[in-house]
Design a protein around this ligand. Structure first.
Ligand SMILES: *[C@@H]1O[C@H](CO)[C@@H](O)[C@H](O)[C@H]1NC(C)=O
Ligand SMILES: *[C@@H]1O[C@H](CO)[C@@H](O)[C@H](O)[C@H]1NC(C)=O
Ligand SMILES: *[C@@H]1O[C@H](CO)[C@@H](O)[C@H](O)[C@H]1NC(C)=O
Ligand SMILES: *[C@@H]1O[C@H](CO)[C@@H](O)[C@H](O)[C@H]1NC(C)=O
Ligand SMILES: *[C@@H]1O[C@H](CO)[C@@H](O)[C@H](O)[C@H]1NC(C)=O
Ligand SMILES: *[C@@H]1O[C@H](CO)[C@@H](O)[C@H](O)[C@H]1NC(C)=O
Length: 636
């Protein structure tokens, strides 16, 4: 049996283990206070389980990433729009030889023979297999099996340490205490009975529905009760037909088993975008991503149907690319997407961490047999994702490593949009933070979402047409069914581009909260902007239903930015790329419809309140297409 074979390999590994490294010189590198919600520690991990260990090396120049982005994305910069090539990015951020040498030296001195150690082609990771016992001694950790409410299992430790002289040379070690992304079942199982597709990005952030559309006519007079593509065009003054579609691209990300149904798209297009009937998105399958039709329900189809119906209708005839990530048995994580978009992010020879990332080729029955998708596609000019996890589920080092990768895509000229969450100041499932950092429904500290808190993505919040108001009246923050995710990060410092805007908000409209509720020490505020997120008519599973969420807002903003790229590409300019330094600049003053009413309640509070200027509910406001277009056409 395969399981047994593994055990004997382990016994051999254990023999080569030298005496444990003295703990005295070690410093704690990462620790967590509590497992993520719904996970309970159930038992000690058997000491002979083999773990695929990866050491993420410190990259050079990540401390300058924000300045590099300001240099190419701030309208006042002479280098505005001069995006970087992938090779320049790889060369700029590759770890220093000294980091590789120091980590290797530590491992070899600790008894990990050099023949067991591999360096990734991108030089970003050092990799070796070790038994749980060996790893525990190496990094001063204790591994346990954690069980999810659903029965899924995951291995994790609560903290780990490394020698003091090694610490500056590493970012993260996995598998350690990160719960991001997914739970994998593998064959032979690392953990018998581990289940599937859990803990994927987006669990808990699907759009919300009030069910079937009843009795209201979809027309401009009814946009307070029913949003259609025409309502959005009217709200944001979008009157533009793409002309540079062969030069342009717009990508929408979905994670398997979430899938669109062509019959739903056609049903929607028949009513709201006739020219698209019969049209599908262009599928880019990442790590065996498939559009499954086996299981159909709002939970399986709602997000994809929503994102594609609105994304496609608003940019027609511009084709839309669907990044469908993950095969049926395993699904995928944000990291699989990043691997596919940027080769320099891939780990050695397809060796992601099986506790975090889908592993390809997938050994499971029906799994994707191809190699891991690594740098397979040139990223689309704009990429919208309506999935998120709680920042508190991750560690700062882990989130930072991934956030920096979004920054690198920004340097390449890609606009990355993420929905900001649907629970106001609370996290997924309405959970909030306790003083010790654990998450429960009765927690009182606000619980921001990742990746929205990453300064290098553009976070999109939600607004609504007020009851009985028209598309010509100002919108409010969304207060129907969902509340716009917003607030302040506990990990990321406030980026320069939003410093003035956020300071102005805190000074002129001081929120009635203290550091007991949110991070008051100059951290990243989100969202950056917003768009309608209430009462969308979508066709799902053969019916018209109403849906709500920042899940709707993000693809709509993505569509509007795609139209702006079209106009720029048509006159030989480059795509707008990373937009945050641009949209917060003085040059863009007045280019958004400022939202000044409504709040984002959560954690037993009314949440923050919208106010003139930027606010942590609706950001800078909703797009005013003609004004944005005019300004972006003036930029080089
Ligand atoms: C770890 O073990 C797996 C399974 O035997 C093997 O495929 C992989 O190449 C090993 N990794 C390293 C770095 O030796
Ligand atoms: C879709 O079109 C049909 C036929 O015109 C109409 O009866 C139906 O009310 C429309 N549905 C919506 C949600 O507008
Ligand atoms: C569909 O549902 C069945 C029964 O719940 C399940 O066994 C199967 O794995 C599901 N398929 C997908 C693609 O999620
Ligand atoms: C909060 O809820 C948890 C269960 O989720 C419970 O154990 C705890 O006692 C509650 N705390 C307070 C202060 O009510
Ligand atoms: C909207 O108008 C209807 C009918 O005129 C009225 O019954 C309802 O109270 C109004 N709602 C609000 C929030 O003003
Ligand atoms: C507040 O955010 C900063 C980053 O700006 C972080 O270093 C700090 O730990 C955060 N404080 C709390 C209490 O989470």
């Amino acid at each position: 049996m395969r399981t047994q074979a593994i055990v004997s390999v382990l016994a051999a590994l254990a023999l080569v283990l030298a005496s444990p490294t003295p703990r005295a010189s070690h410093v704690v590198h990462e620790k967590r206070v509590a497992p993520p919600p719904q996970w309970t520690r159930t038992r000690r991990l058997a000491s002979n389980v083999v773990l695929p260990v990866r050491v993420g090396l410190a990259q050079r120049n990540t401390d300058k990433l924000e300045d590099m982005l300001m240099d190419i994305a701030h309208p006042n910069s002479a280098n505005y729009g001069k995006h970087w090539s992938p090779s320049r990015i790889a060369a700029t951020f590759a770890p220093a030889p000294e980091s590789i040498g120091t980590v290797r030296g530590w491992l070899e001195d600790s008894g990990v023979h050099s023949s067991r150690i591999r360096l990734s082609p991108s030089r970003g990771w050092i990799d070796f297999n070790a038994t749980a016992q060996e790893l525990e001694e190496l990094i001063g950790a204790e591994y346990h099996v954690y069980t999810h409410e659903s029965g899924a299992e995951h291995i994790s430790c609560d903290s780990y340490s490394v020698p003091k002289h090694v610490q500056p040379h590493i970012e993260i070690i996995t598998p350690t205490l990160h719960f991001d992304a997914k739970v994998v079942s593998s064959d032979p199982p690392i953990l018998p009975g581990a289940s599937r597709n859990l803990g994927q990005p987006g669990v808990g952030v699907t759009p919300k529905t009030t069910g079937r559309v009843k009795g209201v006519k979809a027309e401009l007079a009814n946009c307070d009760k029913m949003i259609t593509p025409d309502c959005l065009r009217a709200l944001y003054n979008v009157n533009y037909k793409p002309i540079a579609i062969h030069k342009n691209s717009y990508g929408i990300v979905e994670y398997t088993p979430q899938a669109f149904l062509q019959s739903d798209l056609d049903m929607f297009f028949t009513n709201f975008s006739k020219s698209l009937v019969g049209t599908s998105p262009t599928l880019v399958s990442i790590d065996g991503g498939v559009v499954q039709t086996q299981n159909q329900s709002f939970g399986f189809n709602g997000e994809s149907d929503l994102d594609l119906q609105y994304g496609m209708a608003l940019v027609a005839p511009q084709p839309v690319t669907l990044y469908q990530a993950g095969d049926l048995p395993q699904g995928a994580s944000f990291n699989n997407l990043l691997d596919a978009l940027d080769k320099s992010y891939c780990t050695f020879e397809g060796g992601d961490d099986p506790n975090q990332d889908g592993i390809y080729p997938d050994p499971l029955p029906g799994g994707f047999a191809g190699p891991e998708s690594c740098g397979i596609v040139t990223p689309a000019n704009v990429i919208s994702t309506s999935y998120a996890s709680d920042e508190a589920d991750l560690t700062p080092f882990y989130a930072t490593r991934q956030c920096n990768e979004y920054g690198k895509l920004g340097l390449m000229g890609v606009t990355i949009l993420y929905s900001s969450g649907d629970q106001g100041v609370a996290g997924n499932g309405g959970r909030c933070l306790n003083p010790d950092g654990s998450q429960t429904k009765n927690g009182t500290r606000f619980n921001p979402l990742f990746p929205a808190v990453c300064p290098f993505v553009t976070a999109v919040g939600a607004t609504q047409v007020n009851p009985n108001a028209t598309v010509n009246d100002p919108e409010s923050a969304c207060e129907q069914v969902i509340f716009s995710g917003g607030g302040f990060s506990n990990f990321f410092a406030r980026p320069k581009f939003q410093e003035a805007a956020v300071t102005r908000f805190l000074r002129d409209h001081p929120p009635p909260f203290t550091s007991a509720q949110f991070n008051t020490s100059a951290s990243r505020g989100f969202p950056d902007l917003s768009a309608n997120g209430a009462n969308y008519v979508i066709a799902v599973d053969g019916e018209f239903a109403l849906v709500f969420g920042t899940s709707a807002s993000s693809p709509v903003v993505g569509a509007i930015l795609t139209l702006i790229n079209d106009a720029r590409l048509a006159i030989g300019k480059r795509p707008i790329g990373f937009i945050n330094p641009t949209i917060y600049s003085d040059f863009f003053n007045g280019a958004f419809n400022d939202i000044t009413t409504g709040g984002n309640q959560g954690c037993g509070t009314p949440g923050f309140t919208s106010a003139p200027g930027w606010d942590p509910v609706t950001g800078l406001g909703t797009p005013n297409f003609p004004k944005l277009l005019e300004r972006w056409l003036l930029l080089p």
